[in-house]
Design a protein around this ligand. Structure first.
Ligand code: AFP
Length: 311
């Protein structure tokens, strides 16, 4: 039986990894916010807040509370120049002297909360800026996510590998697995926005290929647990492409696809919007959506070819 003393804490791991003082503190502050979101999920009323986000989507009380918790922790860090949240319009300034700009989806998977399925928080960290138009997710200096499931797990990357931690019995994030890495293997697939099969023949063809190859379907409807599943297993493919309902795909470049592309490519996997790495997609709108193909590098390339009608 492991006790917390046999596993490195997140802070000691960051220190030993030589993560810069300010970035180490910021990641610790985001982790602390994650503990409060973990608690909120277990204690907050699961009802609607009576408000809508910038996409016109009804907000749960939990969406609003998670957003507030994270915003408060970013403010208290005194390291954040500006931030953008999926739950709020535009960018907001916190401290002029702050070193970083943080973009985040405070609670991804709102439609899964009442079903008690795993959900998550997603963060991208950039050097401070006042306007992200024209930038690319490749400019992130770190990315991290928390997945709130049977255990609460935090996974981060700041250019020195991808590492996972779990929230232990005394409320400390301790090391679960170092250097998560992706093999070029596909045993499971996670096909999102399946409704696009009806109006995108190439997507239907991709599903037929995976069915014929007898891959195992592993799709929960939550981007965070579905991509975490691939990173922990070291294999797999996740897609969510455009269709009539979401012409550009459902997922947001800044708040969802960008941080995961940073983490997945750092773990040796691949990402694409169908033509290029998601890391190289130019940001032209804070609410920009993008098709997402992410996972084992070779499979990402195959999906690109099939969707382009080249295979
Ligand atoms: P909700 O936040 O509305 O639950 O959407 C979750 C999500 O943004 C992402 O986490 C999933 O991967 C994706 O939507 C699911 O999309 P489909 O319902 O089209 O498969």
């Amino acid at each position: 039986m492991y006790t917390s003393t046999t596993r490195a804490s997140l802070n000691s791991h960051l220190y030993d990894a030589g993560v810069s003082h300010d970035l180490r503190h910021l990641i610790n502050d985001i982790a602390r916010a994650g503990k409060y979101v973990h608690n909120a999920i277990r204690t907050t009323d699961l009802g609607l807040a009576g408000s809508a986000n910038t996409f016109g989507e009804d907000q749960l009380k939990l969406d609003v509370l998670s957003n507030t918790i994270i915003k408060e922790h970013l403010n208290e860090s005194h390291l954040v120049h500006s931030f953008a949240s999926e739950e709020e319009p535009g960018m907001a300034c916190l401290q002029k002297e702050g070193m970083y700009t943080v973009v985040y989806d405070p609670l991804d998977g709102s439609s899964l909360v009442d079903a008690n399925l795993a959900i998550g928080s997603i963060f991208g960290i950039y050097k401070k800026c006042d306007d992200m138009m024209g930038m690319k997710p490749r400019e992130q200096v770190a990315a991290l996510y928390l997945v709130y499931g049977p255990r609460t797990i935090l996974v981060y990357c700041c250019g020195k590998g991808v590492h996972a931690f779990f929230l232990n019995e005394v409320g400390e994030f301790v090391e679960l697995q170092r250097n998560l890495s992706m093999r070029d293997e596909v045993k499971t697939y996670a096909p999102g926005n399946l409704r696009a099969v009806a109006d995108t023949p190439a997507y239907a063809k991709m599903m037929e290929i995976w069915l014929k190859e007898k891959l195992t379907l592993r799709y929960s409807g939550g981007m965070v647990p579905d991509i975490h599943h691939m990173l922990i297993k070291g294999a797999g493919i996740f897609t969510n492409i455009g269709g009539s309902k979401y012409p550009q795909g459902k997922l947001r470049l800044l708040f969802e696809a960008g941080p995961f592309a940073y983490i997945m490519e750092a773990a040796g996997g691949g990402s694409s919007d169908g033509t290029q790495s998601i890391l190289d997609v130019v940001i032209h709108d804070m609410d920009q959506r993008t098709p997402v193909i992410i996972g084992a590098k070779k499979e990402v390339l195959r999906v690109k070819r099939v969707l382009a009608g080249e295979e």
